[in-house]
Design a protein around this ligand. Structure first.
Ligand SMILES: *[C@@H]1O[C@H](CO)[C@@H](O)[C@H](O)[C@H]1NC(C)=O
Ligand SMILES: *[C@@H]1O[C@H](CO)[C@@H](O)[C@H](O)[C@H]1NC(C)=O
Ligand SMILES: *[C@@H]1O[C@H](CO)[C@@H](O)[C@H](O)[C@H]1NC(C)=O
Ligand SMILES: *[C@@H]1O[C@H](CO)[C@@H](O)[C@H](O)[C@H]1NC(C)=O
Ligand SMILES: *[C@@H]1O[C@H](CO)[C@@H](O)[C@H](O)[C@H]1NC(C)=O
Ligand SMILES: *[C@@H]1O[C@H](CO)[C@@H](O)[C@H](O)[C@H]1NC(C)=O
Length: 412
């Protein structure tokens, strides 16, 4: 009975979709290889068999990772989350980015797995700053949210012993210390920020099946977790698919929109634009953005707007998406200042022919301010020349693994 309704309702929805949005019809007509958009058939051998890890406890460990010392879960969320109970926001930053956490947790309202990097001279200050956010942050609601839902990991170039002694120090309980005392500045002398170790650790330490690996300055639309879980519960899970949240930036003079209706309003007033529109538009713009803006404006029901491949016009695309914890990982040899740090992972998703399902009403918005010039990431004496590493080594490895006729780009 229910199965019958599913087919019928699905058919009905499709008819309505075609009637209401002729652009969808267009996508049926374009030859497959000339378009980045295609409607994908549901085949049985593509069904997801994700093994849910029954353990919702992750042990806290201090260990080496590459050239760094790592402490996983050194400050743990009080709540535990089972596999399909929620979605984990996985992110990273040094202590100077922690202020974004206040905005992030109030929007996300669910598990956050956060890797914090601290250079050895900044290690103790960083631990204090984290404890300040957990115990002393501006409002009780923010503190509660951080303690209940955020798990912190620490990555440093200090020795394992130094790391152990720093995290065992007694947490700040004197909140009279004003926030500036713990507002840690960036260590400008860091020559290698291990961005991909930070991303992978945050992912590995999540306990939910689905994760969103994003920058800490990208704020999610409100209500995401509930809407996404609802979408997932009505879908057959397939392998090799991820769920994309379009990214926007807004003028510094307006608050970051929290739901799509507000985003549309800003977009029409030209106060919101696709992320990095003036720097690298095709790195982030979704196909048919103007059509996307017309759908689900007031709806709290999340749907898949379109299914896109990272090919054709989207071949330089660096989307941010919800995925399971099992997709290709980030290459830990690449550092932040070298740029293109996600490109290898994006290449793998392309080579494995992933579907990028664009969500209808969810989005990410960068901390307000529209960038007009490429931010200068270079650091004097930086040791991460990603471009050399990729050209000399990584490109070869990927071609050996996937062959040289994937039609996927490695951009450096
Ligand atoms: C599509 O691919 C076929 C075979 O690879 C090729 O002959 C054809 O020209 C392609 N069409 C377009 C529009 O690129
Ligand atoms: C560790 O650092 C050395 C020297 O900078 C570098 O050659 C090596 O590749 C690094 N190892 C890893 C796993 O990143
Ligand atoms: C923590 O996350 C859960 C699950 O998403 C949510 O219900 C709760 O409101 C969040 N905050 C607190 C303080 O528990
Ligand atoms: C760690 O990195 C910082 C910043 O570059 C540097 O000042 C410090 O000497 C390094 N410490 C160790 C133990 O490598
Ligand atoms: C990195 O390597 C490229 C060549 O692949 C070179 O043009 C660039 O100057 C190098 N950058 C640094 C910081 O060494
Ligand atoms: C692709 O790989 C094949 C076999 O490994 C090789 O013969 C061919 O020259 C390669 N083509 C390019 C463009 O590298």
């Amino acid at each position: 009975m229910i199965a019958k309704c599913k087919w019928f309702c699905g058919f009905l929805a499709l008819v309505m979709l075609l009637v209401c949005f002729p652009s969808v019809l267009r996508t049926f007509q374009v030859p497959e290889n000339s378009s980045s958009i295609s409607i994908v058939k549901d085949t049985n051998d593509n069904v997801d068999q994700f093994d849910c890890d029954p353990s919702i406890i992750r042990e806290s460990l201090v260990k080496l990772r590459g050239n760094f010392s790592l402490s996983t879960g050194f400050r743990k969320a009080e709540k535990k989350f089972r596999c399909v109970e929620s979605v984990t926001f996985c992110t990273h930053g040094d202590a100077s980015y922690l202020e974004n956490l206040a905005v992030l947790v109030m929007r996300w309202r669910g598990p956050v797995s956060l890797s914090v990097f601290a250079s050895q001279p900044f290690l103790k200050k960083t631990v204090s700053a984290i404890d300040w956010w957990r115990n002393c942050a501006a409002t009780e609601e923010i503190r509660n949210e951080i303690r209940a839902n955020v798990t912190f990991h620490l990555i440093t170039n200090a020795s394992l012993d130094e790391l152990r002694s720093a995290i065992e120090e007694k947490a700040i309980n004197d909140c009279l210390i004003n926030s500036e005392a713990v507002a840690v500045k960036k260590d400008e002398t860091v020559t290698f920020y291990p961005i991909n170790i930070a991303r992978n650790v945050a992912t590995e330490e999540a306990t939910t099946k689905y994760i969103l690996n994003a920058d800490i300055e990208l704020f999610p639309s409100v209500g995401f977790i509930r809407q996404f879980l609802n979408l997932i519960s009505h879908r057959r899970n397939r392998r090799h698919e991820v769920f994309v949240l379009p990214i926007f930036e807004v003028a510094a003079s307006v608050p970051a929109p929290s739901v799509k209706k507000e985003l549309i309003d800003l977009y029409l007033r030209r106060k919101a634009v696709s992320f990095h529109k003036f720097i690298c538009e095709w790195c982030h713009r979704i196909p048919e953005l103007d059509v996307w803006m017309l759908v689900s404006g007031a709806s709290a029901v999340m749907e898949v707007f379109s299914v896109v491949k990272r090919r054709g016009s989207q071949r330089f695309w660096e989307p941010i998406y919800v995925a399971t914890r099992r997709e290709p990982v980030y290459d830990e040899r690449l550092g932040w200042s070298g740029g293109s740090d996600k490109m290898m992972q994006m290449f793998e998703l392309c080579a494995e022919d992933y579907n990028f399902n664009i969500l209808s009403n969810a989005f990410l918005v960068h901390k307000p301010g529209i960038k007009r010039r490429m931010p200068d990431k270079r650091i004097a004496g930086a040791s991460d020349n990603n471009s050399i590493l990729v050209k000399a080594l990584i490109r070869e490895e990927l071609l050996r693994k996937y062959g040289n006729d994937t039609g996927c780009e490695i951009v450096v």
